[in-house]
Design a protein around this ligand. Structure first.
Ligand SMILES: Cc1cc2nc3c(=O)[nH]c(=O)nc-3n(C[C@H](O)[C@H](O)[C@H](O)COP(=O)(O)OP(=O)(O)OC[C@H]3O[C@@H](n4cnc5c(N)ncnc54)[C@H](O)[C@@H]3O)c2cc1C
Length: 435
């Protein structure tokens, strides 16, 4: 972590307390610190950490990064793997994924080369990205080993109560505490099961393989070009990370119901084989080469009525955890962080009371988009498993659906989104003054 002192701006009469230091919480912290908004971070773990698996970021979040802080984009671009990292594959520079049939008569053939302009596929190892973000955070603003249990609304903001029995008074809180968010639980007016994460009807197998193993499994081209294998009832995904020395692999299986308490369950290789026995050679070979036999259940968040209440808001998976079928969850947390950093640092937001207007505008702008991401990601699973209504396994309709369904996600005008939120915030601020 950085040892520089957290900057503070005399103009701000509040400190933003962030609960949870994942990609969302850290992106927000970096954006606020750059804009001289005082920040404190409370993290449950004893250190910042991420799993070692891969992450793919879409073009809109990529464009949001430098607007949060140019250093985030520099870090990302320095760590990122593209198709150009594999000599001979430069022509795939703008490819996001090649979509390949995993089952049926055309098994192994390419359906379409899906491009993501201008960045193409950009991937990295999550843990590396998080570690680099940590380097931008001053040590003295971070409090580890602080797992929030709940918070209580107070006249001055919120009292955060941790599971070690300690508590702290905060002016303003942003819950970035992931899909099982405790901030969300305390915040929502609807205290019912409808707000709990729900099983999405799919689980997956995940691994990071060495490039040599991957080439052995599926050949050089399929190993080096990011690939989605679309199949009947299951699909696979692979993309190079770590300058194409490693490959992130996931095999996703449709399966009704998840009756285990934990979200990750060890299974035998035989079960993995049974799950993919109607897939063709590529997916079956990947299964044989994957070392870890664990099923990871995929949950997402049902739509909730608000992302904020009074001096508290939620961001990233805490607000809108999505299934991974569009590779957009972390990207949405980054987009959230951009809008919130812009609003909270605005000169007209001076007191914690003003923050209420900022949170309202953030909710109005970010909730519709992020909830759309959650629902379109879920239907994305049906598309990839060849069972989307009206599309099925029709090659022409599949091509059309792949080309069109990412446009709205990737083409967002990022600065305009923040400016729209700012205008909304100004009108809420005016309404506050009139009260
Ligand atoms: C299989 C899979 C593949 C994915 N692939 C992609 C992809 O390719 N691209 C993409 O954009 N997204 C992807 N995602 C989604 C992405 O991983 C998440 O959207 C993203 O990590 C969310 O970041 P976050 O900071 O909001 O939450 P998290 O990463 O969950 O961070 C939450 C933080 O809060 C802390 N915390 C939790 N509870 C508490 C508490 N009570 N008190 C204090 N601290 C707490 C945690 O320790 C953690 O540090 C994928 C998800 C899955 C499941």
């Amino acid at each position: 972590m950085s040892t520089t002192t957290a900057t503070s701006d005399a103009a701000k009469e509040f400190t933003v307390t962030i609960v949870g230091g994942g990609i969302g919480g850290l992106a927000l912290a970096v954006g606020l610190l750059r804009r001289k908004v005082p920040v404190q971070i409370y993290e449950a773990a004893s250190a910042f950490s991420e799993i070692g698996l891969g992450l793919s970021i879409g073009p809109a979040a990529h464009r949001a990064m430098p607007l949060i802080d140019p250093q985030i984009r520099e870090i990302y671009d320095a760590l990122v793997t593209t198709h150009a990292d594999s000599p001979g594959y430069e022509e795939y520079r703008q490819t996001w994924f090649e979509i390949v049939w995993a089952s049926g008569g055309q098994e192994g053939e390419v359906l379409t080369n899906l491009k993501a302009l201008p960045s193409g596929q950009t991937t990295l190892r999550r843990a590396q990205f998080l570690d680099a973000l940590v380097g931008l955070i001053p040590t003295e603003i971070v409090h580890f080993g602080k797992r929030l249990d709940h918070y209580l609304e107070t006249d001055r903001g919120a009292q955060l109560v941790f599971d070690d029995g300690s508590s702290v008074q905060a002016d303003v809180v942003v819950g970035c505490d992931g899909i099982k968010s405790r901030v969300k639980e305390s915040m929502l007016p609807e205290k019912s099961g409808h707000t709990q994460p729900r099983y999405s009807g799919m689980y997956c197998y995940r691994a990071v393989l060495d490039m040599e193993t991957m080439v052995e499994a599926v050949g050089d081209h399929r190993a080096r070009v990011s690939t989605i294998y679309i199949g009947d009832g299951a699909y696979g995904i692979s993309y190079p990370i770590m300058r194409a020395h490693k490959v992130n692999v996931g095999i996703y299986v449709l399966s009704e119901g998840w009756d285990h308490e934990t979200w990750v369950k060890p299974v035998t290789k035989e079960i993995m084989r049974q799950d993919t026995n109607n897939m063709g050679r590529y997916v079956r070979s990947l299964i044989e080469h994957m070392p870890d036999a664990s099923q990871w259940a995929l949950f997402d968040n049902p739509p909730i009525s608000t992302f904020c209440r009074s001096h508290v808001a939620i961001l990233g998976d805490a607000a809108h955890a999505s299934t991974p079928h569009q590779g957009a969850g972390a990207g949405q947390a980054i987009e959230d962080a951009h809008v919130l950093a812009e609003l909270l640092s605005d000169d007209r937001v001076r007191t914690s009371r003003d923050v209420i207007a900022a949170f309202q505008a953030y909710d109005e702008v970010r909730r519709p988009r992020t909830q759309e991401v959650v629902s379109s990601s879920k239907t994305g699973a049906d598309l990839l498993c060849l069972c989307l209504d009206g599309v099925g396994n029709d090659a022409e309709k599949l091509r059309e659906a792949f080309q069109s369904r990412f446009r709205w996600l990737w083409d967002l005008d990022i600065p305009e989104q923040a400016e729209r939120a700012r205008r909304m915030m100004y009108s809420h601020l005016e309404a506050l003054v009139e009260r």
